[in-house]
Design a protein around this ligand. Structure first.
Ligand code: ATP
Length: 364
């Protein structure tokens, strides 16, 4: 096992003006499960391929354990990779697929058999060891690809969207299996996905990427609860965080408030320097509670007009309009009311995040 340190990695592809990764630095602790998350084209795969040695950086440094491997050949890095396409060999049995890398390495046959049996047991593939991939389900094939990677005793496991070819149900069950397995193995893991649920569920930490840079790297709880900027808040969560922009003004009592265009919220005391300027409020749909008008008890609230009510089974999703801006609210499954109704939306101060509308950065 080993720590992975990435320092200022820059990569530009020929014919492409913008940097695929732009001075990316990241430290993955020994045994940590680090997820690289971000929209298509943000540079996740490029970063992973540089760690694997399949791409060389223009500048920067990659250290695995205590070795600088920036320009080392892939096979000298002691890592294993699982790709999205989980390319298993169709003409080899499951056992031969799993043991392939070990045999190439010249490991004695008895040891190969022992390790194949161990990995097959961990991944529940023992009954299929003599089968050929054509006679396996997608999930079983994917397990073969993972088994093939873990038998190698690598310092680092690299996975690029390994679940993306599985259907939704299989994905869900294999995600949990993978989490258990990697937890047991304790191998340092770098895992690429654009699926935020997968990232939050699997990662010890999640590095959220945008345009070749890491914009936030923290625990799943922190990136979800305290998005460092409006991009992260808008990328994580389904539906994502609500954003409402207003102007800081004094009300008739002389108190500073954020006015959204006829309705306002008290300004947090730490933001008084924003008097006269604009602020963006970020709040998660499930952090807002809703009731009829006239029952305010001092908690900050705004009025929202219900536009759409979508029953989702375990909850209902409300689309409301507050001063011309859309606010989504996740309400209890039993909540029903007519569209056009005016609702009181309670916004607990502890759940409100405030952002600079120009930079998009979290302010407190
Ligand atoms: P996805 O989730 O779609 O795989 P990603 O976040 O993994 O995206 P990368 O594949 O790393 O992103 O791509 C980063 C940027 O580099 C993109 O703008 C992409 O178009 C560009 N890029 C990637 N590979 C190449 C290549 N071989 N040649 C030229 N440009 C490339």
């Amino acid at each position: 096992m080993a720590e992975v340190i990435l320092k200022d990695l820059v990569k530009t592809y020929p014919g492409n003006d913008s940097r695929a990764t732009d001075e990316v630095s990241l430290t993955v602790a020994d045994g940590e499960f680090m997820v690289l998350l971000g929209p298509s084209g943000c540079g996740k795969t490029t970063l992973l391929r540089m760690v694997a040695g399949l791409e060389l950086p223009d500048s920067g440094q990659i250290v695995i354990g205590d070795r600088d491997v920036t320009y080392a050949e892939p096979r000298r890095r002691n890592l294993s990779m699982v790709f999205q396409s989980y390319a298993v060999f169709p003409n080899k049995s499951v056992a031969d697929n799993i043991g392939f890398g070990l045999r190439v390495r010249g490991v004695p046959a008895a040891e190969v058999r022992r390790k194949v049996a161990w990995a097959a047991d961990l991944l529940q593939l023992t009954p299929y060891l003599d089968r050929y991939p054509a006679k396996l389900s997608g999930g079983q094939r994917q397990r073969v690809a993972v088994a093939r990677a873990i038998v190698m005793d690598a310092d680092v496991l690299l996975m690029d969207e390994p679940l993306s070819n599985l259907d939704a149900l299989l994905r869900l069950s294999f995600r949990a299996e993978l989490k258990k397995l990697v937890g047991e193995l304790g191998t340092t893991t770098l895992y690429v996905t654009h699926d935020q649920v997968e990232a939050l569920s699997l990662g010890d930490r999640v590095a959220v990427m945008r345009d070749g840079s890491i914009v936030q790297c923290d625990t799943p709880t922190s990136v979800y609860d305290e998005p460092a900027d409006t991009f992260v808040g808008g990328f994580l969560g389904s539906p994502p965080m609500n954003f409402l922009t207003g102007k800081v003004e004094r009300d008739s009592h002389g108190a500073l408030t954020v006015d959204f265009g006829g309705q306002s919220l008290p300004l947090p005391t730490s933001l008084t320097s924003y008097e006269g300027r604009k602020l963006t409020l970020g709040i998660r749909p499930e952090a807002i509670s809703v009731d009829g008008l006239g029952s305010a008890d001092g908690e900050a609230s705004v009025r929202g007009t219900l536009q759409v009510l979508e029953p989702l089974g375990s909850a209902v999703l409300l689309t409301t309009e507050v001063c011309g801006q859309t606010v989504k609210v996740q309400a209890p499954a039993s909540f029903r009311t007519e569209t056009g109704t005016e609702l009181r939306l309670r916004l607990p101060a502890s759940q409100c995040r405030w952002y600079d509308p120009e930079t998009g950065l979290l302010l407190e």
